[in-house]
Design a protein around this ligand. Structure first.
Ligand code: FES
Length: 342
């Protein structure tokens, strides 16, 4: 019996007229397609045989010269080529067969309405109510209350476990701020060139110059790679008048020394090294996703996905005129996702 909710006859919902393939209407085209499919399968058969013969017949130490590659093991090349042809022959043959010779019918499925009819819905509600009644939930409020509470509280241990495993956020923040620049004994740490490890005098840094810098206290044998990466700093000198006159630029001036400023080299987006300094614009660029930081404005982000400025390292000079950091970073270096406010 037909469903009374469906239209009596199926109507075309607006599909364009079906275009028949050449092989459906022309027996010669069908025969040609058959030969093409058979040819592809035959190619696969021959390639498989070629693979097996090569495996046994070609010596493993035979070399052949291949343009652009040079001397190469012949057996590996033969096995690779035959295997590729064997697989491609099967794959292309199957696709060509399906597209040219297999039945080509367009079928439109008639769909029933998703909503059940009122009688079915009423029956389902009745079944649920009967189930609740047989469990005597309404007649035994004590059971209902205790069962509900037990099930509700059951999630609590999971929540406690989850919250506990997140650790202490204050401690985590302190750990992220901590780098080898942290002053332990009250003695400021000299800035040294990252390759030569020689200290830098303020007089060595001319306007426009950039130095890649590490703390003098770095010990290759003691510090793991991650500690060294976190301590990487870029040092550059601007003309004091180049810094923004408003509040942005104030910290750069007060935490720098006569136009020399030092910033963490670790991008606050996802931690790539910010290695490009544009002397003319005083912009620092991260090559990974093009975040751009304005050195004249406390390294504010002026372009790209980074969400906060590069942390500045406070610097001054010691009695001998060498640049030193009197304290570590005041904020975490690198990406710090939980700090995002927007
Ligand atoms: S890591 Fe620097 S912009 Fe993405």
């Amino acid at each position: 019996m037909s469903d009374p909710r469906l239209p009596a006859t199926f109507e075309n919902p607006g599909l364009p007229p079906h275009v028949h393939r050449a092989a459906d209407t022309d027996p010669r085209a069908a025969k040609r397609a058959e030969r093409q499919v058979a040819g592809l399968f035959t190619l696969s058969i021959l390639s498989t045989i070629g693979f097996v013969v090569s495996y046994f017949a070609v010596k493993n130490d035979t070399e052949v010269f291949v343009p652009f590659i040079g001397a190469t093991n012949l057996l590996n090349i033969l096995l690779g080529v035959f295997l590729a042809l064997a697989l491609l022959g099967i794959g292309f043959g199957a696709v060509h067969w399906a597209k040219t010779l297999m039945p080509d019918e367009e079928v439109v499925e008639e769909r029933h309405p998703i909503r059940s009819d009122d009688a079915t819905r009423a029956k389902a509600v009745g079944l649920l109510e009967a189930g609740a009644e047989s469990a005597q939930l309404n007649r035994r409020p004590l059971l209902k209350a205790t069962a509900g509470t037990a099930l509700g509280l059951f999630a609590l241990p999971l929540g406690v476990q989850l919250a506990g495993s997140l650790g202490n956020p204050t401690k985590a923040l302190e750990e992220l701020k901590s780098t080898i620049w942290d002053v332990k004994d009250g003695k400021p740490i000299r800035l040294v060139r990252d390759v030569e490890r020689t200290p830098i005098k303020a007089a060595d840094v001319s306007i426009g110059a950039v130095f890649h810098v590490l703390p003098e206290t770095i010990k290759d044998s003691h510090h793991v790679l991650e500690d060294k990466a976190k301590a990487a700093v870029l040092l550059m000198r601007l003309h004091p008048n180049d810094f923004a006159a408003d509040d942005l630029g104030k910290k750069a001036r007060s935490w720098g020394y006569e136009g020399i400023v030092a910033y963490s080299k670790i991008c606050t987006h996802v931690g790539c090294p910010v290695g490009l300094y544009e002397q003319q614009t005083h912009h620092l660029l991260c090559p990974c996703h093009q975040s751009t930081f304005d050195v004249t404005r406390d390294c504010e982000v002026i372009f790209g996905p980074a969400k906060r400025p590069l942390p500045q390292l406070k610097i001054t000079v010691d009695a001998e005129g060498y640049l030193v950091a009197p304290q570590g970073f005041a904020e975490p270096v690198g990406p710090s996702y939980w700090e995002r406010k927007k």
